[in-house]
Design a protein around this ligand. Structure first.
Ligand SMILES: Cc1cc2nc3c(=O)[nH]c(=O)nc-3n(C[C@H](O)[C@H](O)[C@H](O)COP(=O)(O)O)c2cc1C
Length: 240
């Protein structure tokens, strides 16, 4: 695939076929990702790759936590407060998500993108149940046979986050080039403890993001969704 074609055709995939991804293809994609630039070549990231039974088990563990916290959200206040304080299902990720609205135009873009996605999925604005169901699919990686979890060493401060982002994009473009689909998933940063059961995570490393990897399910409308990108003028800071 031409590089530009890979760049333009990559889109987040949210429906995967159950076709397994051969280990040598996974290794090829990861080897491509390793070629990424990083601050002073520190490469302050590590990845945990879940396939087969591990992927299935992790998906079920994360999904069950999602259902539990969803139930807690709907409880009357005193019970909710009690469960928030005591439930083992509460998020234990390393980075807290932004609660509530994003600042300024970012909230508008978020809403617009979310609405576009729900429209494609045929989910009405007030249909909380269907929205929860759609959200829950994050935790089984949209049925992808491979889930990748990205960790950084926070001692490298903000540069580690930049480096991890660049590495993830290389990984996603390499996957696109090989006919695979990906979805970067912040949602997979919500819980760390289920990962600790399956992986020997080195000391100090923090979970930043997850990523689903697999072959896109053909003819799924959700995979045709093409959210707007900003115009060049919006990217540029005007000169004085
Ligand atoms: C850091 C990061 C976290 C994301 N988290 C999620 C997520 O949890 N669930 C999801 O469905 N998509 C997630 N996405 C995908 C974005 O929604 C998607 O990249 C955006 O809407 C642009 O669409 P595109 O990837 O198809 O170009 C995430 C993307 C990034 C870069």
């Amino acid at each position: 695939m031409e590089f530009s074609q890979a760049l333009h055709s990559r889109r987040s995939i949210r429906a995967f076929s159950d076709k397994p991804v051969p280990q040598e293809i996974i290794n090829g994609i990861l080897s491509d990702a390793i070629e990424s630039p990083s601050s002073s070549n520190t490469q302050p990231y590590k990845v945990a790759v879940a396939t087969g039974e591990t992927c299935k088990q992790l998906g079920q563990e994360l999904l069950s936590r999602y259902y539990k916290i969803n139930k807690i959200q709907r409880q009357p206040l005193p019970l909710k407060l009690f469960n928030v304080a005591t439930s083992k299902a509460m998020p234990d990720g390393d980075y807290k998500p932004i609660l509530g609205k994003y600042p300024g135009i970012f909230q508008d873009r978020r809403m617009h993108t979310g609405k576009g996605l729900y429209d494609v999925l045929g989910i009405k604005r007030g249909d909380k149940k269907a929205r929860d169901e759609a959200m829950s699919r994050n935790f089984t990686f949209f049925d992808a046979p491979v889930a990748i979890f990205v960790f950084i060493h926070p001692g490298m401060k903000f540069t580690a986050l930049v480096d991890a982002g660049i590495m993830m994009q290389s990984l996603m473009l390499s996957a696109t080039d090989k006919g695979l689909g990906t979805c970067p998933q912040g949602a997979l940063g919500m819980w760390r403890s289920p990962l600790e059961k399956h992986f020997d995570i080195p000391n100090g490393y923090k979970l930043v993001c997850g990523l689903a990897l697999g072959y896109p399910k053909e003819d799924e409308k959700v995979n045709q969704y093409r959210p707007n990108k900003i115009a060049l003028e919006e990217l540029l800071i005007r000169s004085k």
